[in-house]
Design a protein around this ligand. Structure first.
Ligand code: SF4
Ligand code: ZN
Length: 737
């Protein structure tokens, strides 16, 4: 360990703890020691870093003071002097721990005082909800890792270059701190990566994988907080298990810090905090390094003075597995560009939308009819279209493959959305004949033309689905007569597909599919996906599981032979039990697919909706993760999620995908959808038709209107009179418990 680094980190930690002490004293003086502190959206973990490292729930100023004095201060080592040759590493690492706790306290007080987030245009605390929403992308490899950029690049050009290199690798980037008042956020506005709207809406950053978190170094705590929560949310590691949590973040949370510009004591102290979590720091300025490995997976502190290499070096030091897709079109292609929107004033042309039709249709054809890799443009190209104009378009994708099945067509067709969106400067929404596509002026100027839709689709489909696709050709059509003809065929095929899916039930197949993608986060979690019950993240249905297995027979989706029926109403099968037993590392030996009371499925962290029992109503409630308010079970989504996730089985609580609520198999053995007495309005409206359809099958055709929501009340007491007045069926049912 370099003495220079250790000295700076320890000095910095003294300063940060000192500031937290002053912040606390002032806050207690002003508000009293029992004043609650926290975040705008409650976290299940209160102050997550402190919870992770010490197991303590900090609810008010008094708790914070106890943590500062009893946990953080004792970690402050003496600053090494010139003649001290003892090892410095432990002192510096402890300084990192003290820094994290003290900073978190100061930030929470900042929220109390209204001084956080510092200025508009900075995101501040990252809520549990956002964490869960992004979880799935980190799990399935779409996001290989994340980077905290601390400081600012030497100039705008280098800032843009570094960000584009990170985006190409789909690494989520957090922007923190400044160098002499200069921030990367402002550099990116100047360089045209961010629209100036980011100053009003920092949340826009999530869509492009670049999030401005805070203009001061201390805002790094918001990023590290998120990493600590990953261990508790997805890893199921109990708070306070410091070693378990730090081991988890090192092994499963692929983060690194990039120090841009000169480093001061505060930056070194924060760097030490990152290092104890296993996150190396790569700096662009000369100075000492820490090469011997031990705390991080590889080196701890590395210098890379060449900005054209700094991303590559960081990826190596952190040991990230990233693949950069090199598609032969004029604009870069990466998942990070998925969320970009193209505003009207930045748009060259658009297809579909309000007054036009954009359709995409994928069909299997005989292999002999397809010329692999062929792209034809039929009709006028973008050059011939007036700037800012709207048109019709059809993307007609024709495929052949010995392992191709009709069932895979809708899955592949749906990929059009992601594939087209991944091109920088191209925007895509919707599917089938309701798509909407925009080509930005920047994309057009870079040379993007209609044929590139074809090149892009062919390259990406073959890359991801090469195992089932031997040949792909694309026709990009803007000629009205050809579009109309294709539309007639497409409508027939779509209709037939809808009918087929609607007719598929859990009884009509004898194989279900597993998903264990989330095991990288929740090692005991197994999703069993059936035609009538999709994965709890909402992202994988039975057909997806089937296709994924064909594509990658050794991957996370395996066929599960149902085997003999054990309990009918509950949906318990011998084959499923055996499978889950084996794949849950022998921690779960029974699963009832249609029950939340008797051997329910495990829940990882990425459920769209949580179901919870409501004993006073003899029923259950459902809450989706977007809903911020209180619920009748006495907990908001985030708190509830904290007790359900981590790959555990929790009878009475269950994480599910939204669409399962409208399934005929929805908690069938517990009484089905007639038990549902409360759900947020937005969720109810979205599922209204399906709820009423299932209600009708159970004798309550207007069920949706009898289910309470937040406009009726947010406690059992408030909703009971409503349920009674509406004669909600749950009140009349046999007792649930
Ligand atoms: Fe995770 Fe289940 Fe979704 Fe697979 S289906 S990604 S295991 S939540
Ligand atoms: Zn999951």
């Amino acid at each position: 360990m370099s003495r220079e680094i250790a000295t700076a980190a320890i000095k910095g930690s003294h300063e940060i703890v000192g500031r937290a002490r002053a912040d606390l004293a002032a806050a207690i003086e002003k508000h009293g020691a029992t004043q609650a502190i926290g975040w705008p959206e409650l976290s299940a973990f209160h102050l997550p870093m402190i919870a992770a490292l010490t197991g303590r729930d900090v609810a008010n100023l008094m708790d914070a003071q106890a943590v500062l004095e009893e946990e953080a201060s004792p970690l402050l080592a003496a600053v090494p002097d010139e003649h001290n040759w003892l090892p410095y590493l432990p002192g510096a690492l402890d300084a990192g721990g003290a820094t994290l706790m003290a900073e978190e306290i100061s930030k929470a007080i900042g929220y109390l005082e209204g001084t956080e987030p510092r200025q508009p245009g900075w995101f501040g605390f990252i809520s549990d909800t956002i964490q869960r929403t992004l979880g799935i992308q980190l799990v399935d490899g779409r996001m290989p890792g994340f980077a905290a950029l601390v400081g600012a690049a030497p100039d705008v050009e280098k800032a843009v270059y570094i960000i584009r290199e990170l985006q190409k690798r789909s690494i989520l980037v957090f922007l923190v701190g400044n160098s002499n008042g200069l921030t990367v956020r402002d550099q990116l506005i100047e360089g045209g990566v961010f629209s100036p709207d980011i100053l009003e809406h920092p949340e826009m950053g999530w869509d492009t994988y670049v999030v401005p978190v805070g203009p001061d170094t201390e805002s790094l705590i918001y990023v590290l907080d998120w990493a600590a929560r990953a261990a508790m949310i997805f890893g199921g590691i109990p708070k306070g298990d410091m070693k378990g949590i730090l081991d988890y973040t090192r092994a499963h949370t692929f983060a690194f810090g990039m120090g841009l510009g000169p480093l001061d004591d505060i930056k070194y102290a924060n760097g030490a905090g990152a290092i104890i979590m296993g996150f190396p720091v790569i700096a662009d300025t000369p100075g000492p390094e820490i090469r011997p490995t031990g705390v991080c997976t590889y080196e701890e502190v590395v210098r890379e003075l060449d900005h054209s290499r700094i991303v590559e070096t960081s990826v190596q030091v952190r040991g990230l597995k990233v693949t950069v897709r090199d598609v032969n079109i004029p604009v870069p292609v990466a998942a990070a560009f998925e969320g970009e929107t193209v505003r009207r004033e930045d748009m060259q042309v658009e297809f579909g939308g309000k007054n036009n039709m954009a359709m995409e249709f994928l069909r299997t054809r005989p292999a002999d009819d397809i010329k692999d890799g062929d792209v034809q443009v039929i009709g006028p190209d973008v050059d011939e279209m007036e700037e800012g104009s709207s048109h019709d378009i059809a993307l007609l994708i024709e495929v052949a493959g010995r392992k191709m099945q009709d069932d895979f067509e809708p899955i592949l067709e749906r990929q059009t959305h992601l594939i087209v969106n991944h091109a920088m400067g191209i925007f895509h929404m919707g599917q089938r004949d309701l798509a909407w596509i925009r080509i930005s002026k920047a994309g057009y100027q870079a040379g993007f033309r209609l044929r590139h839709f074809g090149d892009l689709l062919i390259s990406e489909l073959k890359h991801s689905y090469g195992a089932i696709l031997d040949k792909v050709q694309v026709r990009v059509v803007t000629d009205k007569a050809v579009i109309d003809k294709a539309h007639v065929e497409a409508r027939e095929v779509w209709h037939a597909r809808d009918i087929r899916i609607a007719g598929m039930t859990d009884e009509t197949v004898d194989t279900y599919y597993s998903c264990t993608l989330c095991q990288s986060y929740a090692p005991n979690h197994v999703c069993i996906i059936t035609p009538e019950r999709l994965g709890l993240c909402g992202a994988y249905n039975w057909l997806d599981g089937k296709a994924a297995y064909e594509i990658n027979p050794t991957g996370g989706n395996q066929p599960v032979a149902k085997g003999a029926q054990v309990l009918e109403a509950e949906g318990e099968f011998k084959g499923v039990n055996d499978f889950v037993h084996k794949y849950s590392q022998r921690t779960v030996d029974r699963v009832c697919l249609y029950s939340m009371m008797d051997a329910p499925m495990t829940s990882c962290g990425c459920f769209e909706v949580i179901l919870s029992i409501l004993p006073e109503a003899n029923g259950i409630m459902a809450v989706n993760r977007e809903y911020r308010g209180m619920t009748p079970c006495g907990m908001p989504f985030t708190t509830l999620a904290g007790s359900v996730g981590g790959g555990n089985v929790t009878p009475g609580f269950l994480g599910v995908g939204r669409l399962y609520i409208g399934s005929p198999k929805f908690i069938r053995s517990d009484g089905g959808i007639r038990r549902l007495v409360w759900m947020p309005r937005e969720l109810k409206d979205q599922l209204r038709e399906a709820i009423n359809k299932q209600g009708e099958a159970l004798g309550v055709p207007d069920l949706a209107d009898r289910i309470a929501d937040e406009t009726v009340g947010e406690t059992g007491e408030q909703i009971l009179p409503f349920l009674t007045e509406k004669q909600h069926p749950a009140l009349e049912m046999e007792p649930m418990f």
